[in-house]
Design a protein around this ligand. Structure first.
Ligand code: NVA
Length: 313
């Protein structure tokens, strides 16, 4: 069966660990794996804005020996000009891997079902799993155990917990055996189904998943503090409402003080200083966001190498 990376729990705990090992190795030895040598092409399609994802995939695919091919989402008109299934069938005859950023997870699932090549989620409304591989690599570099283990670490995600990043932290964090706390107002927390899935994973790894309304409570004692924009792509019409409801969740120095000076701060970027995070925190000594942004490339190279290996290619 063709393996894809559509959501964080597509990886078992053991696979996630091996993927992070590979990402760390690729960071120190960038050209050690060349599964796309030829070069084989990888289609990169973006139906939403992108900077880090396009650049890190483009550079990473080149480092793996391949040809990063930008497929203009608007011109392709996937699901509009022709069906997702037909696009998938065509892409699968031309490229080795499909990387797609889009809105609906169900469209990504359709792409995966019909492409015949590995499909990678470059962000949907529901998940951002490539970001989480980079985030966990970053946590490992700063907080990991001697064997790189993340088990037992506590992460607090504050703000819009119902966005793709909140969901992905729940699933990827518990897969790593971490304790994942989401601090968000009612209506901005991951669904009950998402928590149920995270708890199922946590039961096998020793991690946990919880939510609360008080950001200070969530951040107290956390090893890692994470936030994300309050206005995810596609939610622009809700800007005013969200800014009002989420204001108490802004990651300021005062809030971060509850975690202590040893905690690290992650943000997948783009960041809005003075909104979900203060400039002092984003640009301060506990922030590792630039390591995190760099790690996208190493993480995604590991994802592609892993999927191609699983496919025997
Ligand atoms: N939650 C954000 C992540 C941006 C990388 C969004 O979906 O816009």
């Amino acid at each position: 069966m063709m393996r894809h990376f559509l959501r964080d729990d597509d990886l078992t705990p053991d696979e996630q660990r091996r993927l992070l090992d590979l990402a760390a190795d690729l960071k120190t030895t960038p050209f050690m794996r060349r599964p796309l040598a030829g070069p084989k092409s990888v289609a990169m399609i973006f139906d939403k804005p992108t900077l880090r994802t396009q650049v890190s995939f483009g550079a990473g695919i080149a480092e793996l020996g391949g040809n990063p091919m930008l497929v203009e989402g608007k011109l392709a008109g996937i699901g509009v000009r022709e069906s997702v299934e037909d696009v998938a069938r065509v892409l699968g005859r031309q490229v080795a891997v499909v990387v797609w950023r889009t809105f609906l997870q169900s469209d990504l699932d359709l792409m995966a079902a019909h492409a015949g090549v590995p499909v990678v989620n470059a962000l949907t409304d529901d998940f951002h799993p490539c970001q989480l591989v980079a985030d966990l690599l970053t946590v490992r570099e700063h907080k990991g155990g001697p064997d790189g283990s993340l088990a037992g670490l506590t992460v607090a995600f504050v703000g819009d917990g119902a966005c793709n990043m909140g969901n992905s932290w729940l699933l990827a964090g518990t897969t790593a055996g971490m304790h994942v706390r989401i601090a968000a107002p009612q209506g901005y927390r991951p669904s009950a189904a998402m928590f149920a899935r995270a708890e199922e994973i946590a039961a096998t790894t020793g991690g946990s998943a919880s939510s609360c309304a008080d950001p200070a409570e969530a951040v107290t004692g956390a090893d890692v503090v994470v936030t994300d924009t309050w206005i995810s792509m596609g939610k622009e019409a809700e800007e005013a409402d969200r800014a009002a409801v989420l204001a108490p969740y802004s990651l300021t120095e005062e809030l971060l003080a509850h975690a202590g000076r040893e905690a690290i701060v992650l943000h997948c970027l783009p960041a809005y200083r003075g909104k979900e995070i203060s400039a002092e925190v984003l640009d301060g000594p506990q922030s590792v966001v630039w390591d995190e942004a760099e790690n996208r490339r190493h993480a995604q190279k590991a994802v592609i190498a892993f999927l191609l290996e699983q496919a025997g290619r």
